[in-house]
Write a protein that binds this ligand. Structure first.
Ligand SMILES: *Cc1c(COP(=O)(O)O)cnc(C)c1O
Length: 428
């Protein structure tokens, strides 16, 4: 897949006059086209709903765009619930797929009317104690253990993951929930991450549909929805072929018709909780080359760092890089592209072949629209960048301002020193 920057060098220079680098840029057109394709791909299922995984890109302006395509919010914390509520996303438009959940978060989720997706069988009692009475609709997260395999080999390792109920606990859990008044049931599972194959959802769906049929037969539970959760990946590498959401939707339809329809369960709704697939390719981190350093290796130091994008440092993740204005130049120079943290893993690329980079060049780091800005932190006192939206008409709107030193110091407002800092900010 050819990696194309959303903007030219000239446009980057123009934007940087109002919004200094580094900044995140999101492509409204791409977000809309993809959201529409997702909706289309599952249109065969009347109850289909994508609950966007808020954690991936917690920006209300972007989530508002997804709302136009029928998306709800998948939340897993208090502040994600608050953010959803502030956008007017409440009731069954919220899926609360949390784990190790504090009592007050369950209470708040219930107050908003969110669907609660339990991560563990012991949480049945926990939630009942908090709420007095269980909600009519509840979901359980499933973890079959072992390894999750597809035709191309092992994909992921659910047996080693902290999430979900075992198979036996699913049956036991459904029986208990039913006895305690739950009327509608959901089944959820997230068994492999960033899958770049059209097979993942259909293989997962088959496993969950077979389980659903058994759960219905053995417990008599009414299964309202099956939530395939996230895990649909994107091609970070330029030579990878991306997923075809239409083919994925058809793959799920085929197992739906094979397993659920004959079991009299053709009314089950399919839910998804995609984050990466909805936003990943539609965000780019734009940064500027500040320094070149020639020592044991060739380094280009940029003005973004792992605080702005943690994936390369955290997982060694590949993110493609384009040097603006040099798109057609041959990649003849080998660089490490570094940030300024006092951490040697603060590198956006290692031994990457790129065109010759000069100080002042703009670099675009691709596929950072999900789990990019959101994973940011403040190590070394570094501040998080602004988020900008490139609108369909070519204009740019700021959808989150950059952090300031005052934000960094704000949590010290218990100290007299803070007052002094504040006076100094104001004097500047
Ligand atoms: C992270 C997460 C998602 C989104 O995953 P993606 O890989 O971004 O699609 C969905 N559901 C849950 C419960 C998650 O933790």
């Amino acid at each position: 897949m050819n990696k194309i920057p959303f903007i030219t060098k000239e446009k980057a220079e123009e934007i940087a006059k109002s919004y200094p680098t580094p900044f995140y840029l999101y492509d409204e057109k791409g977000i809309r086209e993809n959201a529409s394709a997702v909706k289309e791909a599952f249109a065969w299922n009347p109850g289909f709903k994508e609950y966007f995984a808020v954690k991936a890109t917690p920006n209300p302006c972007l989530i508002q765009i997804l709302r136009e395509y029928g998306c709800g919010c998948d939340c897993s914390s208090m502040t994600e619930l608050m953010l959803s509520k502030a956008m007017g996303v409440v009731g069954e438009d919220i899926m609360f797929s949390s784990n190790d959940t504090p009592a007050q978060e369950y209470a708040y989720a219930a107050r908003l009317g969110a669907i609660i997706n339990l991560d563990d069988i012991t949480h049945i009692d926990f939630v009942e104690n908090i709420l007095g009475k269980l909600p009519e609709t509840m979901s359980c997260r499933y973890n079959p253990g072992g390894v999750f395999q597809m035709s191309n080999g092992i994909m992921d390792n659910p047996g080693d993951s902290k999430y979900g109920f075992t198979t036996e606990q699913m049956f036991q859990g459904f029986r208990i929930l039913k006895e305690r008044g739950v009327k509608n049931f959901g089944i959820h599972a997230f068994l492999a991450s960033n899958t770049v194959t059209n097979e993942y959802y259909p293989v997962l769906a088959k496993q969950l549909f077979e389980l659903a049929v058994q759960l219905k037969q053995e417990t008599g539970a009414h299964i309202k929805f099956i939530n395939l959760s996230g895990g649909v990946g994107i091609p970070y590498q330029p030579d990878q072929k991306g997923n075809d959401i239409k083919a994925i939707g058809e793959g799920v339809r085929s197992v739906f018709e094979e397993i659920l329809v004959p079991a009299g369960m053709g009314d089950v709704s399919i839910y998804t909780e995609m984050g990466r697939f909805m936003m990943g390719p539609y965000g780019q981190l734009v940064t500027k080359a500040l320094h070149e350093k020639h020592t044991h290796k060739e380094y280009i130091g940029v003005d973004a760092c792992a605080v702005n994008l943690m994936r390369p440092a955290m997982y060694g993740a590949y993110h493609h890089i384009t040097v603006l204005g040099k798109e057609e130049e041959p990649c003849e120079y080998k660089y490490d592209i570094t940030g300024s943290l006092c951490e040697n893993n603060d590198k956006f690329a290692v031994d990457r072949m790129l065109p010759r980079i000069e100080k002042g060049d703009y670099l675009v780091i691709h596929d950072t629209g999900a789990h990019g800005y959101a994973m940011g932190y403040n190590y070394n006192g570094k501040l998080k960048s602004a988020e900008l939206l490139l609108k369909e008409d070519g204009s740019v709107e700021m959808i989150r301002r950059a952090e300031t030193p005052e934000d960094y110091f704000a949590t010290l407002d218990c100290l007299p020193l803070y007052q002094k800092l504040k006076e100094e900010f104001e004097a500047e």
